[in-house]
Write a protein that binds this ligand. Structure first.
Ligand SMILES: NC(=O)c1ccc[n+]([C@@H]2O[C@H](COP(=O)([O-])OP(=O)(O)OC[C@H]3O[C@@H](n4cnc5c(N)ncnc54)[C@H](O)[C@@H]3O)[C@@H](O)[C@H]2O)c1
Length: 374
């Protein structure tokens, strides 16, 4: 039977734009999808870049204006892979034009924008999805199942960090991620991933006390001008979950030596789970018990874990970052087809943004901030 096409306009042709295009192509060959994803248009404000990327990725049309995607009645879904400032205007315009939206994280640059996006999604009744890519890892699927199944007992603590070092050098150039109104610093950029992970594994966060730090107050931009940096290079927070478990969250893009250190440990009354994205085909599990040889076990990813088997029939051979993006896209296509889906919606991403906002407020006001929980 021929499946209906899901016509997609992709906005942005940088790191994530390419990852989306590759994932849409791979997902249709890797999974049995309810609709056939077809990236029909690639828009970037840099038209020569869009044209070159479209040609190399096999996308028929390129545009220098994202509004072309909104005005095109043949587009079913808009995928947003632009700097954060543009997420809200593109997503709201797309939803008002009757298109589903797949948006990169973080949802937006302010709570007001995040709320407006979530309200537009609710008013439209259309599916939305946000790119919390690391949650789709088969080892994270396993961790969630182990925690929910009581394997480590009652969760007492989550200690997590998202550590990278792409801004660790004083010579790292000022870029859009340093602009407060375009992005929002390490907390917004990578902190959103570790907040999403904490919520995904342990549940709602009820109280935070946060501290932000800017290590480099100026950076030089691509034109050679020294620019003041007002966003954070690193964030540290103490948290308490609605369940009563406590813990810490940190995010740093100046964490020298860490290339993709999204790492955490979940402690429970009968065991622990430990993970780092730098070795993301492994999960470490500890079950409490006596014995001289009792300790952490390293579990290697294999076909019995999540969607690993769709890529490889052999355990331990490992999947890669683009495969995680492909699993994410499967969830996006299922959501767009109106099916049950693992996709994280705008409402889920708003909850992440509320935690990030509470950490910022706590830093500014020097006090604990409580959050509303379900
Ligand atoms: N899920 C993940 O693992 C992950 C990883 C990296 C980045 N991201 C997110 O993806 C988004 C993009 O990040 P990136 O690393 O790809 O950035 P990037 O700088 O590599 O690419 C951004 C692209 O957007 C284009 N752009 C800028 N203004 C535009 C406009 N007005 N209209 C159309 N295109 C425009 C730029 O020309 C560029 O091609 C960000 O929101 C970021 O937080 C997510």
């Amino acid at each position: 039977m021929t499946r209906p096409a899901l016509n997609i306009a992709l906005i942005g042709s940088g790191f994530m734009g390419r990852a989306h295009a590759l994932a849409f192509a791979a997902a249709d060959r890797t999974f049995d999808l309810p609709r056939a994803p077809h990236v029909a248009l690639l828009a970037d404000r840099d038209l020569p870049k869009a044209t070159a990327a479209a040609a190399s990725l096999g996308i028929a049309r390129a545009s220098g204006d994202w509004r072309e995607a909104i005005d095109d009645a043949g587009i079913d879904l808009v995928a947003i892979a632009t700097p954060n400032r543009l997420h809200a205007p593109i997503a709201i315009a797309a939803l008002e034009a009757g298109k589903a939206v797949y948006c990169e994280k973080p949802l937006a640059t302010t709570i007001a924008e995040s709320e407006a996006m979530t309200a537009a999604a609710a008013a439209s009744g259309l599916p939305t999805a946000v790119g919390f890519t690391y949650l789709y890892n088969p080892m994270i699927v396993l961790a969630r199942e182990l925690i929910a199944g009581g394997e480590i007992g009652e969760v007492t603590a989550f200690r997590g960090i998202h550590a990278e070092d792409f801004m660790a050098s004083a010579d790292a150039p000022f870029n859009w991620r340093c602009e407060p109104d375009q992005a929002g610093g390490a907390l917004a950029d990578i902190g959103s991933h570790i907040i999403a992970m904490a919520r995904h594994l342990v549940g709602d966060i009820a109280v935070v006390s946060g501290r932000l730090h800017t290590a480099y107050p100026t950076r030089r931009d691509a034109q050679g001008t020294d620019r003041a940096v007002t966003v954070d290079d690193q964030m540290d927070a103490v948290i308490e979950f609605a369940s009563g478990a406590t813990g810490t969250l940190a995010a740093s893009w100046i964490a020298s030596g860490h290339k993709m250190g999204l790492a955490f440990e979940v402690s429970g009354t009968r065991g622990s789970i430990a993970f780092t994205q730098e070795r993301f085909n492994e999960l470490r599990l500890y079950r409490s018990g006596p014995g001289r040889t009792n300790g952490f076990t390293t579990i290697c990813a294999g076909p019995e874990h999540g969607d690993y088997g769709a890529f490889c029939p052999a355990p331990g051979h490992q999947i890669g970052y683009n495969d995680l993006k492909t699993i994410e896209v499967k969830a996006v296509v299922e959501a767009a087809a109106g099916l049950p889906s693992a996709a994280k919606s705008f409402a889920d991403a708003l909850a992440v943004e509320r935690v990030a906002d509470a950490i910022r407020r706590s830093h500014r006001e020097g006090c604990w901030i409580g959050l509303q929980t379900a």
